[in-house]
Design a protein around this ligand. Structure first.
Ligand code: NI
Length: 175
């Protein structure tokens, strides 16, 4: 946070060129795995393309979270299904060490493409929907603190944990 690139709108991928996408995706998966993240967006590693990855089978940092299929999503489009929003704790690799309470649509439809140009289309809810909304926000230059409604619910993870404010596993892509 503070790098102006994280506030930019990223550009669509118009050529599904493996020579470009494969090294990028390898770098992204490696970065995400190293941080035990739930997801990552290309702008977080300085690549201003509309590419996100997310998903895990089991994750020590999200012991209570249902698994999300490991997904590459390019040029994503999200549509909210209904008006219902849920508040939940989020963190971000780009805002290290912090957590904030963020409202997200509970139910969404999303579509996009994998790295081979195959269409992906899903309807998801809850944690899965939250992760996708968080990662896709990065493509529009939006970091989760911009979505916090009550700034009193924003703080250091260590302190929030020590004081018992955070009891449930947060949703985040932060170490
Ligand atoms: Ni993030």
């Amino acid at each position: 946070m503070g790098d102006p690139r994280l506030l930019e709108v990223s550009t669509e991928v118009d050529v599904f060129d493996a020579a470009i996408l494969e090294p990028l995706l390898t770098d992204m998966w490696d970065t995400m795995a190293a941080e035990n993240g739930a997801g990552l967006a290309a702008p977080q590693i300085g690549v201003m393309q509309r590419v996100v990855i997310f998903g895990f089978h089991t994750n020590p940092r999200y012991a209570d979270a249902p698994p999300i299929p490991q997904t590459v999503l390019i040029n994503p489009v999200i549509t909210a299904l209904g008006d219902t929003q849920e508040e939940g704790w989020e963190g971000c690799l780009s805002v290290p060490g912090m957590r904030g309470m963020v409202p997200r649509y509970r139910d969404i439809h999303y579509r996009g493409f994998d790295q081979f140009g195959n269409e992906i289309e899903r309807e998801v809810s809850g944690f899965h929907a939250r992760v996708v909304q968080h990662e896709c926000d990065h493509l529009d230059g939006v970091l989760y603190p911009q979505r916090i409604r009550d700034m009193r619910q924003f703080g250091f993870l260590d302190t929030l944990s020590e004081t018992g404010v955070i009891e449930l596993q947060p949703c985040d892509d932060d170490p």
